[in-house]
Structures are given as structure tokens and as C-alpha cells.
Design a protein around this ligand. Sequence first.
Ligand code: AMP
Ligand code: GLY
Length: 418
Amino acid sequence: MRILVVGKGGREHALLRAFSESPDAPELFCFPGSDAIFEIARPVEADGLESLVAWMKANAIDLCVAGEESYLVKGEGLANLCEEAGIPCWGPHKQSAQLEASKEFAKGFMERHSIPTGRAVATASLEEAREVIGGQYPVVLKFDGLAAGKGVAVCLEESQGEAFLDEVFVQQRFGEGRVLVEEFLTGPEVSIFAAVVDDGYLIFTPARDYKRIGEGDAGDNTGGMGAVASRRLIPSETLERIEREIVAPTVAGLRSEGLPYRGFLYFGLMLTPDGPKVIEYNCRFGDPECQAVMPLVTGDLAGFCRAGAEGELRPELLDFDEGWSVCVVLASAGYPASSRSGDRIAGLDQVGDARVYHAGTRRSGEDWETAGGRVLAVVAGGPERKAAVDAAHAATDRVRFDGMQRRRDIGILHFENA
Ligand code: AMP
Ligand code: GLY
């Protein structure tokens, strides 16, 4: 089997590693990829969506996997073009990927299918947004479009709300667009991943990510500084409720609205005092949750995704380890405001049984050096959370580069009462 993965980060490195461990040793390709990815997958000569699909067709690719979301909604859409070319694609059609690309679409969808989420109103101007907010803080403001993770502002007070509205409507930092004014929710967050195949689905191991740069969840939002995954992350009754009230109605809703979906669907949830509510949908696996979850998945992930892309849900191909997995992200100097490249990375050969996934690195002779904001993810597991936490942090201690930033509370914060 020949598989092509689209993306270049730690998530794609983890997916490719999982595919490489699938029983029939598939041939792997990646676009655009990275130096580390090209140690396990071959590069692709393409310079955009159309040439990528043409390359896949010319090179008899059996399965295209969308690691990241951007190509799903670009142009005619990756999955749409794959379908025309007769290439099975794990990742949804453009019209379905609106669940992630448009927060307003996602809100409307959840309303139509009675899926619990925060109340929200879409606004088109600074004046309208101010009127809807009505001076009532805290409130959450969301730019309606893909804004590279920067489009959400949790505003505890008016000055923060005004600053965000100025960025959107006055400076137009994210381009043209509307702003959703959303109810402020509270509670622990959890990321749920379902592999959706038409009207069926399989829920993977739940995870939690750590979005802020600093320990104790202080400082700026990032792409994610770490993650924890386990079946035991939340009580089984809670997971059953999430499945009943959120996952099943979402999959049924996609079906009833004629929105084709074969691929991972990510539910970003908040466990509020009134029950689980959807914060956001993403049409792909989470990053860095994927790096934490993949080591818990055994069996034939390649076969599972291929069958799914061809319309057959085959849960019997996979097993999930009942233990814990902890992923610590190492970021470069300056991140998230900026990032420094060219710092030599030491200790990668000293991490023992831990897995290291590369996000922003490049080769420099025999060595690796930093080449991006999030540089590496170090992942280790254990039967209990504490064992996994200790193993992940001990392995992370072995890796060093100048300006390295990491959080020592990954897997510990938010588990104080566990
Ligand atoms: P997002 O970019 O949609 O993942 O949102 C980033 C973060 O903002 C989420 O992980 C939450 O911590 C927070 N957030 C988003 N929506 C809400 C909400 N309605 N109430 C409270 N916090 C929220
Ligand atoms: N971990 C957050 C995301 O992948 O969007």
C-alpha cells in the first residue's frame, strides 16, 4: 500500500510512524514534509493542491491522509479532488470541513442538531459587536475563519474585548470576516477524536492539551505545549454522555445534511457544570494530542484508514492501550511571539524508550537543529499517570538546545484531585 500524508509537523511525524508500524509495512510519502519525516517517508514533487493530486494519481497512491486542515478547504478541496481522481482520502470534503473553517457554520450546525455548545451571536462590525456584548464581561470573541490559532480571544474584561475587536475590524489582521460573540464557559477541557466513516464512527483515546506557554497555564496561547492521553482521563459515564449528546448527533447531522465525512473529527469540549459542551470542531487530529495518542494505538492504523477512506469502518483492526501517555513539547527561544532557528539539539539519542517526534527541526550535517517554534515532542507512557509523567519528563531532561522552553507541569496540572 502506498500512503501519502499531507502536513509537516509533529502530528504528521506521529501519524507516519504509526503507519510505518502497521503490519503490511506500507510505502510512505509526505507533502510538504520535513527532514525528520523524510527519514521514514519519501518526498513528493508538487507545488500546490492540483499538482499534488496529479502526482498522487501518476504515482498510484492508494490512500491520501490529511494530517493538517489547510488543503481540505483550499481551492476545490483536497478530498473533493481526490474523489474526482479516484484516490481514497482520509479527511473530509471541503463542504464538510466548514465545521472547522467557519465557526459560524459550526454554530448553526450545532443549533440545528441540538448539540450542546455556548450561546453565540455573529456580528459584522465593531458597533454591532459592542452592542451584542452590551458591556457584559467575561465573553469569548471568535474570528469567523482560519486564523492559525490566533482567532479566539477569551476576554475577562472590556479592554481585552476592545483590543481584539480593533485587531479584527480596524486593523483587519485576519482579513475580512465576522466575529462570533460567545458565552464564556468554564470547566476542564477535553479533546475527543472520532474516526468518522459516513454514518459510523470509532472514538479514539481522549486527550487534554496544554495551550499556554507558561507553567500554571500562564502567558500566551501557543499551538500546544504538551498533552496527556488515556481512556481513564474522564469517567466512562462522561465519555458515554459525550458520545450520546455530541458525537452521535454530530455524525448523524453530517449525514442528514448531505455532508460527506471520512476522516478524523476532533471535538474540543469543555466539561461545564451543565454538562459537556462543544468549544470547537476540527477536521483532523489534534497537535500535540496526536503525538500522545498514537503510541497508545496498536494494530493496523494504515489498514483502518484505508478501509475508512473507502467507506468501511473496521474497528476490529485497532486496539487501544489502557494506560497513559504524556507528551512534552520543546519550543524554541522566543516562541510563541517569534521563534529562533539554528540552535543545535543535543541528547536525542539518550531518551531511552521515549518517542521523539519532530515538529520544527532540520538537519545540519550529522546533527539536528531548531527550525521553528515548536521543535520536538517527547512522549512516554506507563500503566498509571504518574509513571507516564515521570518517564516523559525524565526523557525530556535529556534533550537540550539553547533557549529551549518546556513546561514541567504537563500531565500534573489539572490532575490535582485525580
Ligand atoms: P480555540 O482556538 O477555539 O481552540 O479556542 C482556544 C481556547 O479558548 C480554548 O481551548 C478554550 O480554552 C478557550 N475558549 C474557547 N471558547 C470558549 C468559551 N466559550 N468559553 C471559555 N473559554 C473558551
Ligand atoms: N491541540 C489543538 C489543536 O490541534 O488544534
